[in-house]
Design a protein around this ligand. Structure first.
Ligand code: EPU
Length: 461
């Protein structure tokens, strides 16, 4: 398994472009199951989760091709349904990627049947799907559990009013599932307490381009008037707000100066506000062609102030940036308080950051961060996607060498992260510790082998 070797202390500077959003791409790819004609998606990031989704869709009779003849469109794919009789999402695939649950709504709405393996928990706790099932049942789907699989059937779904709020707020993929399914239902569906995340707006934009009649996406009430059929569309995915936020924090933690093309500023207001409270300068430089982004410059003198921060559903501070911000707050002058309201167990990075000299005290869903003058490089283990990102950021700021193992977690959500950081001046390389060890045992002393980002299914323990 690949690892990163980071020599901390380099100041990051330069200019980067933000990739398309993983968390938007996955439900949008699943929405292609609803279409009678090909759906082209542009700006799809090259990540192992995207490869996994393409693999799952192929098993469901929906082929993914890179779109030929679209000049200047990196990451453009076309999805085409070729066998509508296939309706099973197997455990082997679902367990590698929880977002596989996105196919449930489109399958039952368009093909009348779905068998989707029930996703289990993940590294940061239980992640139930009860709200997804409640929403689809409200639309008339018959749902049962069979041998660990969710089996859903329906002749034609019927519009209904559905309340999708849960104990931890709204559900993003639950909203995506119910909204997608309702596009082909008979009559009108109203989703109350819908997730307001930009990824839901992007999905609604695609579905409307395919012929759906959705209004209110981005607000807690979404109205969907069902239609008889959906056609194809050509759609560019929104930039990844979590990737942009992660690299902004990388700039801040290294005392850096980074300019971002396509920074999704309006989607990151909570994080921008937090960075400014900390003392990081985030400046809009100009508007981009795409109204959803602008050019932004992030600079930091690394005299960081502490903050009190709570993760919340959008537009609040995103849980997917909590681990990275926590790494930054380790270097602030004073005590910060970080509370996780979406996934109260999402603190796998805390013990690893402590190994690097961070002073962190956790009590339930809250961590008190006592700022320190310096972090010290250490071998640390990545446990999930965003926790891994936080360890890399800490390694960039730490004195000495940090080895982050199991970086396949990072490959799920960041396109060639080490190359992006190296281009900004970081001393970072990918290597395979197992190959190094084998070489050492064999008595050789060659330099480490730099390997490439895995293109196919990556295991998630
Ligand atoms: N929840 C329920 N019941 C449900 C569904 C969710 O109680 O049926 C709870 C969850 O346990 C959690 C809260 O509701 O406490 C919110 O979960 P949500 O359903 O919104 O999460 P998700 O849709 O499964 C997406 C992202 C996550 C991101 C969350 C929250 C994708 C593929 N995943 O997950 O992204 O953390 O929304 O914003 O879009 C990541 O990218 O690292 C990641 C984990």
């Amino acid at each position: 398994m690949d690892a990163f070797r980071i020599q901390g202390g380099a100041r990051l500077s330069g200019r980067i472009a933000v990739d398309g959003s993983k968390n938007a791409s996955l439900p949008l790819m699943a929405a292609a199951l609803l279409a009678d004609d090909p759906v082209t998606l542009r700006r799809v990031p090259r990540l192992s989760d995207i490869a996994n989704m393409a693999h799952l869709l192929a098993e469901l009779g929906c082929a993914t091709d890179s779109a030929p003849g679209i000049p200047g469109a990196p990451g453009a794919i076309t999805l085409r349904n070729i066998d509508a009789s296939l309706t099973q999402a197997r455990y082997d695939i679902v367990r590698t990627m929880r977002a596989s649950i996105c196919v449930l709504g489109p399958l039952v709405a368009r093909r009348g049947h779905a068998r989707v393996s029930m996703p289990g928990g993940c590294a940061f706790g239980a992640r139930p799907v009860d709200l997804h099932l409640k929403g689809l049942e409200a639309l008339g789907a018959k749902i049962r559990l069979d041998g660990g699989d969710i089996v859903a059937t329906a002749d034609r779904l019927t519009g209904a009013t559905v309340f999708l709020g849960g104990a931890f707020g709204s559900t993003v993929l639950g909203t995506a599932n119910v909204m997608s399914a309702a596009t082909l239902a008979e009559g009108t569906t109203i989703i109350e307490s819908a997730a307001c995340e930009p990824e839901i707006v992007d999905l609604a934009d695609l579905l409307n381009a395919m012929g759906a009649r959705i209004s209110g996406a981005g607000s807690p009430r979404i109205t969907i008037h069902g239609v008889e059929r959906l056609g194809g569309a050509d759609h560019a995915i929104i930039p990844d707000r979590i990737v942009a936020g992660t690299y902004a924090i990388a700039g801040a933690i290294t005392n850096g100066d980074i300019t971002f093309d396509d920074f999704p500023y309006d989607y990151l207001l909570a994080m921008v506000d937090c960075l400014r409270q900390v003392g990081v300068d985030v400046r809009r430089v100009d508007q981009r062609e795409d109204p959803r982004c602008c050019r932004v410059q992030v600079t930091s003198s690394r005299r960081l102030r502490p903050v009190i921060l709570t993760t919340q559903p959008y537009p609040g501070f995103p849980t997917d940036l909590q681990a990275q911000m926590l790494a930054l707050l380790c270097m602030a002058e004073g005590n910060s308080i970080v509370t996780e309201k979406i996934y109260p167990e999402r603190f796998m990075h805390v013990a690893e950051l402590t190994r690097m000299g961070a002073q962190l005290f956790r009590q339930g869903p809250t961590v008190v961060v006592q700022g320190v003058n310096r972090l010290v490089g250490a071998p640390v283990m990545a446990s999930d996607l965003r926790a891994s990102a936080s360890l890399v950021l800490a390694g960039l700021a730490a004195e000495g060498e940090t080895i982050v193992t199991r970086v396949y977690h990072l490959d799920r959500g960041y396109e060639r992260m080490e190359q992006t950081l190296a281009a900004l001046g970081a001393e970072i390389e990918r290597f395979n510790p197992d190959q190094d060890l084998a070489r050492e045992i064999a008595g050789g002393a060659e330099p480490p082998v730099v390997t490439t980002v895995p293109a196919a299914v990556a295991p998630v323990p």
